[in-house]
Each structure stands twice: as structure tokens, then as C-alpha cells.
Design a protein around this ligand. Structure first.
Ligand code: NAP
Length: 471
């Protein structure tokens, strides 16, 4: 059990209200967190704004690398914290720790890379003999707000690029999964990160998140979470940089020439990994009618391999969703779809916060389950007539995060890449495939098109200064 505290400039806040974090699987206490107050929020901003001793690139890279080594030696401990507070299967939590190690490694590498440019100015009749140079400067204070579904990796994707850029950051992690975020912050401070460069605040929205979002001296808000909260932040943040990574309902398109085994593997992995709680999880499977029945039967068979149960059990592949209310929500959207003609082919029976991998066929195109974002291990199958029908259906929702297309036909693949209105198109891969340094992010209601991934995020967490010299 973890007994932790919100951190202002690396220091625990004075004890007041305490949050108890419980396992979604059995309700056992995973840990406690001392909550921050409005005054702590102001103190964190003041500490960031007052900070002047930005470590050198070398020192920042060392901090990230030392943190990586510390996390490497605590892989199992961190995986167990994630599982205890999020209910994710231990194998998923271990995978997440591995991804976080990559984030730290790539951020350390990028810290050492200077992307400054030089422009000779004698290249036009209007120019003269000078040179223009660019350099990146840190922001004075950034704020990051993160969701529950990748409670460590989402935090690493905000904090590591900020450190790489030399920008002090205040993190507001999800109240459902604060423990791993706070333990990660401890590792960073132990590795030498100056206190004012990272505060981690948990507390009531009106005392922490909202004052941070609206604070006139905060220069950037990076938010990952749901569309309604993201849009509220966009409406209230005022004059500052915004990075919004919001929800998705990514399609996996399976054409009639798809390698069938690969299509089934991608559908299952895309729908069930991380208990289906990934922004880029497969949330709609659009299958050509010529292969519909074969695909459905094979996916049902494959789904039997995804054992759902005690997340700490090594044999479990799908743990709980984040809480019982979320599992009940899945129950409701499945019942609505069934009412409208869908058929449950396997799964569909909730037990507390456990909702098993569930395949549905004959899902109507206007079901809430597929028009909106269902955050759980659902695999809703919809029939498509041809590629054009699939692309039209894929583009028909408000989301535009990512997508996957399974085909052997290069013309079809290229047409899909050109036509799908979303941030990523993966051919013969799950929509969620990425490496931690590649540009990532959505359009439409999924985001403003400003990408994350370590390299893009460092750009967001810094300003480009241009200067020129006579030459
Ligand atoms: P959420 O309910 O929007 O919460 C996200 C964060 O926002 C939490 O830290 C939450 O704090 C905070 N928050 C709540 N109300 C706020 C307000 N008024 N102002 C500022 N912050 C506020 O999202 P979630 O349920 O944790 O996460 C699931 C969602 O995240 C899904 O929609 C998923 O698709 C999306 N997501 C997107 C990406 C991406 O990269 N596009 C990646 C992962 C997840 P509390 O915990 O204290 O409420």
C-alpha cells in the first residue's frame, strides 16, 4: 500500500484531506494521497515561474537517463502499482512500463539534439549579408492533465518532453490513478530534477485543475482525456498554447482481400488490449460482407483466449475496466445495441468492474456503441459493401484519431490513407501502433491536430527564438 502526497516543487503538501485509492477488482485499498488546496496550486505556479536555474542539456539528459535506469530496476513494482489502482492485467501494466522506458530514453536522446537552424540572408535582392539563427527556449510554466487509462505512460509523455525542453511543469493526474504518477515524480526528483521543475497536484477540480487551466501566467495546457472536458478546457483556458489529445472511436477496416488470420489478430488485440481502454483501441470493426461470417466466427474463437479475471493473476489477459460504473455503462450500450438488432456472439456478462471481451455482430450503424466512444473490451462488427462504403462509414463520426486497414491491395491502402479523416492510418496494423517518438494525435473532436510523441511534444513545450547577426 502506497502512502503518498501531492507535491509542490518536489515537496509534500501539508496534510489535509486524503484520497483513498482502491482496486477496481476487489475494493482493497491500494494507497492514499494527501490532496492539494487552492493555495498549493498557487504555490506550485509561483515556484515554476520563479525558477531560473534551468539544468543544462547534459544535466537534463542525465536526469531522464537516471530515471530510466531507476524505473528499469523497479519494473515489477511499478507494474503492480498500475494494476492495483487501474485493474489492468499485470501483463498490460508491464507493457506500459516498457513503453515508459522508451519515452524516457527518446526524451534523453532528444535533449541532446539541437534543432536550431541557420538561414543565410544574402539569398535575395531584398536580403543582405547577415545570418538568421533559431534556438528553442523553455516556457516559464506548463500544465499537464492526464487520464486514467495509461496512468504512467501518459504522465511520462507530458513530463519527459517538458524536462527535455527545460520547462517547469505542473501535473494533474487522474484522481482514479494518482499513485503511479506520484511514484514516477519521486523517481525524477531522486534522479536530480530540481523541485520547482515538477509539481504534482491532486485535489478538487475547482481548487486544482480549473485554476491551473485558467491561470494567466501558465503558458501551455497539455490535456489528454475525454472530449467534453477537452472542449471545456478549450473554452476556458484563454490566451495560451493548447495541446488536446481527446477521445476516439477508431475503425479497423477488413477488406475482402485481407489476410484473415492477421485481420482476426488485429481485431482482437486492438479491441481487448488494456481492457479496451485505449484512445486508439479498435472501437468499430468494418468487415466486407464477403468475409463477414468467416471473420466473425474466427474472432469469436480467438476471443476465448483472452482470459478475463483477477488482474494480478499471470494468466489473465483482460483485467477490469476502471470502475464498476464504467462496466455498467458498457452493459447499457450493449443492451441498447441488442435492442436495435445486434447479436452478442461471446461475452456480455458483467461481474463487478469486470467486463469480458465481447463480440457483437449485426451492429446497427447508428448504435451509441459505435457512434460514440465505448471505453471497454467490445468488438462490434459492422458489414460493409466495399472500400468506398467503409471509408464513408469510418469518416461518419465526430472523431478523427486513428484507423487501421487490413488489405493485400496497395491501391486500396493508398486510397484509404488519402481518404480517412484522422491523425493516423495504419495499414495491416492496429490503429494504436506507434513508437513513442513518432508524431501522434487526432483531428476533429479527437484533437486540434497538434501532435504529441516525444519530438513534437518538445516543440510544444518550448518557443522558437529567432536572432540574427551581421555576417
Ligand atoms: P476525463 O474524464 O476527461 O479526465 C481526464 C483528466 O481531466 C483527469 O485528470 C480529470 O481529473 C481531469 N478533469 C476532469 N474535469 C476537469 C475540468 N473541468 N478541468 C480540467 N481537468 C479536468 O478522461 P478519463 O475518463 O480519465 O480518460 C478517458 C478518456 O481519455 C477517453 O475519452 C480517451 O479516449 C481519452 N484519451 C485520449 C488519448 C489521446 O491521446 N487522444 C489518450 C488516452 C486517453 P479527475 O480524475 O480528478 O476527474
Amino acid at each position: 500500500m502506497q502512502s503518498l502526497s501531492s507535491l509542490v516543487a518536489g515537496q509534500p503538501v501539508s496534510a489535509r484531506e486524503v484520497l483513498t485509492v482502491r482496486s477496481p477488482y476487489d475494493g482493497s485499498v491500494s494507497g492514499t494521497v494527501v490532496l492539494a488546496s487552492r493555495a498549493d496550486t498557487e504555490a506550485a505556479v509561483a515556484a515554476a515561474l520563479g525558477f531560473r536555474d534551468t539544468p543544462s542539456r547534459h544535466q537534463r539528459a542525465e536526469i531522464l537517463e537516471k530515471t530510466r535506469m531507476a524505473l528499469e530496476s523497479r519494473r515489477d513494482e511499478f507494474a503492480r502499482i498500475i494494476t492495483s489502482e487501474a485493474g489492468l492485467a499485470l501483463r498490460e501494466s508491464r507493457y506500459e512500463v516498457g513503453r515508459t522506458l522508451d519515452v524516457l530514453k527518446f526524451a534523453a536522446m532528444e535533449t541532446l539534439r539541437d534543432d536550431g537552424q541557420i538561414f543565410s540572408c544574402d539569398i535575395s535582392a531584398q536580403g543582405k549579408s547577415r545570418k538568421i539563427f533559431t534556438t528553442r527556449e523553455p516556457l516559464r510554466c506548463a500544465v499537464a492533465i492526464t487520464p486514467f487509462n495509461h496512468p504512467l505512460n501518459q504522465v511520462a509523455h507530458k513530463v519527459s518532453p517538458a524536462i527535455a525542453a527545460g520547462t517547469p511543469i505542473i501535473l494533474k493526474p487522474s484522481e482514479k490513478t494518482p499513485l503511479v504518477a506520484l511514484r514516477f515524480a519521486q523517481l525524477l526528483h531522486e534522479a536530480g530534477l530540481p523541485g520547482p521543475m515538477l509539481s504534482v497536484l491532486l485535489g478538487p477540480t475547482a481548487e486544482v485543475a480549473e485554476p491551473l487551466v485558467t491561470h494567466p501566467e501558465v503558458e501551455l495546457v497539455a490535456f489528454t482525456g475525454s472530449v467534453p472536458v477537452g472542449k471545456r478546457i478549450a473554452a476556458t483556458a484563454g490566451y495560451k498554447k493548447l495541446v488536446l489529445e481527446l477521445g476516439g472511436n477508431d475503425p479497423l477496416i477488413v477488406l475482402d482481400d485481407a489476410p484473415m488470420d492477421l485481420a482476426v489478430t488485429l481485431a482482437a488485440e486492438g479491441s481487448y488490449r488494456n481492457s479496451g481502454q485505449r484512445c486508439t483501441a479498435v472501437k468499430r470493426i468494418l468487415v466486407h460482407e464477403a468475409v463477414l461470417e468467416e471473420f466473425t466466427e474466427r474472432l469469436v474463437e480467438r476471443t476465448r483466449e483472452y482470459v478475463c479475471g483477477d488482474p494480478m493473476d499471470e494468466a489473465t489477459r483482460v483485467g477490469t475496466v476502471i470502475d464498476e460504473a464504467s462496466a455498467r455503462h458498457l452493459e447499457t450500450v450493449v443492451a441498447e445495441a441488442v435492442q436495435a438488432g445486434a447479436r452478442v456472439r461471446i461475452g456480455g456478462t458483467r461481474q463487478g468492474a469486470l467486463y469480458p471481451p465481447t463480440v457483437l455482430s449485426h451492429v446497427p450503424r447508428d448504435s451509441r456503441m459505435v457512434v460514440c466512444e465505448s471505453f471497454g473490451p467490445l468488438a462490434p462488427i459492422l458489414a460493409i459493401r466495399d472500400l468506398d462504403d467503409a471509408l464513408q462509414l469510418a469518416n461518419s463520426t465526430v472523431y478523427g484519431l486513428s484507423s487501421g486497414v487490413v488489405t493485400r491491395n496497395l491501391d486500396h491502402a493508398l486510397k484509404a490513407i488519402r481518404t480517412l479523416r484522422c491523425g493516423t492510418v495504419n495499414i495491416n496494423e492496429v490503429p494504436g501502433f506507434r513508437v513513442e517518438s513518432s508524431p501522434f494525435g487526432g483531428i476533429k473532436d479527437s484533437g486540434l491536430g497538434i501532435k504529441e510523441g516525444v519530438i513534437e511534444a518538445i516543440k510544444a513545450y518550448s518557443y522558437v527564438k529567432t536572432f540574427s547577426l551581421p555576417w
